[in-house]
Design a protein around this ligand. Sequence first.
Ligand code: GLU
Length: 402
Amino acid sequence: MNNPVATMPHPLSDRINSLPVSETLAMAAKGRELKEQGKDIISLSLGEPDFNTPDFIKDAAIQAVNDNYNSYSPVNGYADLREAICRKFKRDNNLDYNINQIVVSTGAKQSIANVAMVLLNPGDEVILPAPYWVSYSAISILAEAKYIEIPSSIDTDFKITPEQLEAAITPKTKMIFFNSPNNPSGTVYTESEYRALAKVLEKHPQIYILSDEIYEHINYGAPSFSFAAIESMFDRTITVNGIAKAFAMTGWRIGYLGAPEWIAKACNKLQGQITSGANCIAQRATITALDAPVSKIQYMIDEFKVRRDLVLDLLGKIEGIKTNVAKGAFYVFPDVSYYFGKTIDGTKVKNASDFSMLLLEKANVATVTGDAFGAPDCIRISYAASQENLKEAVRRIAAVLA
Ligand code: GLU
């Protein structure tokens, strides 16, 4: 029988139709799918620590289950967790938030989406220093805002200048996404660089700063700095963080923010209609994670540094791959534009997406194209993988490019 409904176009909303897929998650899914088909894929696409969650945090979660934490938590998170977050902000970032300024969410990604939804109106402009994490642009699209990219390149360590920031600002600018240590470049801004950017923002009081500090502990140089630690910025900054990267807890899905109280209140209202709050067991475990001294996770940071050095050393031996020294996070972001226009192993490489696809198909190594991050000359390699896999991945890449 002819079923007319089956042949009708699916009436999805314009909102979802205009939303790009998350390239990081899509590439991870593709790698998984190929693995299931029996291919020997080395996945360097997803930014996810390959360590296990530390036992002392797992024990806290088990205790929470046994203590019957099974009901809804307050929408903005348990009060004692928000107290622990305030302690963490004070200890690590010298920020004085009170618990009414804190909202706990289902991952830092939701914290960011909450802020975009409560602050942005259609037509507002959002500044994205490129390269930027894939979901900043997508979330801006969802909020019907227009995003304005500020380009940077490997030659300037992927940093933007105060002059570039000034030039990107218009009367419609409402927010800037700032992310240091940076995903995908690993760039870490120094305190004086923060202050120079803040000087520009001081002249434009209508602009809010979303400071994504999720990689703060995965930092191999000077200690991280927070935008909100600049006095003139505190009342205009939303500080976003979470437990995923530092504590190897990506799947636990806990993120949080510290913000002016009126913004936190609005996020609480939005979240009350969307998720009712984050998972209660993961929230209890987060108290233990955040109260622990950073020395408890230092072994992971040390290992990431060894891997970074290894990957940079090996990539540096391949002709045409240009790298800089990433100072934090667990990504390197080489410029591969040398290969654009060349035919490699029978495949013409026009751009970074072709290059990344070539590596997947011919070297069985999954990476993410720089296009997804607003940097079309580069690809992202996550080195949150074992040293053995990293060596083998770079060996395969070199063999394909030779
Ligand atoms: N943030 C990680 C990444 O960039 C996890 C995936 C995602 O949420 O985009 O790979």
